[in-house]
Design a protein around this ligand. Structure first.
Ligand SMILES: CC(C)(COP(=O)(O)OP(=O)(O)OC[C@H]1O[C@@H](n2cnc3c(N)ncnc32)[C@H](O)[C@@H]1OP(=O)(O)O)[C@@H](O)C(=O)NCCC(=O)NCCS
Length: 149
């Protein structure tokens, strides 16, 4: 993997402007979807982890804490030119480590079907059939990673 560094940042951190750019570039631009930066990033229940190389944001994931002992992972994204170089996997391991620090029992996410095998490699199991979700409407599956037991 390229020499990425990982950090948990606040929703008002200046680097979140680059996160907006990255989320659009990685998640929506490939589908021709217009940029829309209206994300509900603020709030005590939201955590943000970034991957950076030489100060540039190249990866991002959010961890939402609904308060029921679980963590909801969203918007996992890696700069397209750097995908498949290990950054996404390392980001997800940061998320898992943080969830364990917080004492969560379960991580879950709605995965694009195209990323299902990426999460499988990280230990997540598919617990639903396919359903359309989010701004793209492409098929997703719910996946879970138990953290205890
Ligand atoms: C999915 C994503 C976050 C993975 O991050 P990454 O840095 O590319 O992944 P890593 O390099 O850590 O791991 C890649 C491994 O996962 C597997 N994989 C399966 N599906 C994959 C996919 N759609 N994209 C990337 N890797 C995938 C591959 O086996 C790959 O291993 P290989 O390179 O030996 O073939 C990233 O590719 C991305 O941002 N994709 C576009 C946005 C997206 O789909 N996000 C997920 C929304 S649920």
């Amino acid at each position: 993997m390229a020499d990425a560094v990982f950090a948990w940042v606040a929703a008002d951190d200046p680097c979140m402007a680059a996160v907006h750019e990255l989320r659009h570039e990685a998640l929506f631009a490939p589908f021709g979807i217009a940029r829309d930066d209206r994300w509900d990033d603020k709030g005590e229940d939201r955590r943000h982890v970034v991957a950076a190389i030489d100060g540039a944001i190249v990866g991002y994931a959010s961890l939402i804490l609904p308060g029921d002992g679980t963590g909801h992972v969203r918007q996992v994204s890696v700069r397209p030119s750097l995908q498949r170089s290990g950054i996404g996997g390392a980001l997800m391991r940061e998320v898992e480590a943080e969830a364990r620090r917080l004492g969560l029992e379960l991580l879950w996410l709605n995965a694009r079907h195209t990323a299902e095998s990426f999460y499988h490699r990280l230990g997540y199991r598919t617990v639903s059939g396919r359903f359309p979700s989010g701004r793209t409407g492409i098929p997703h599956v719910r996946m879970e990673l138990p953290l205890v037991g």
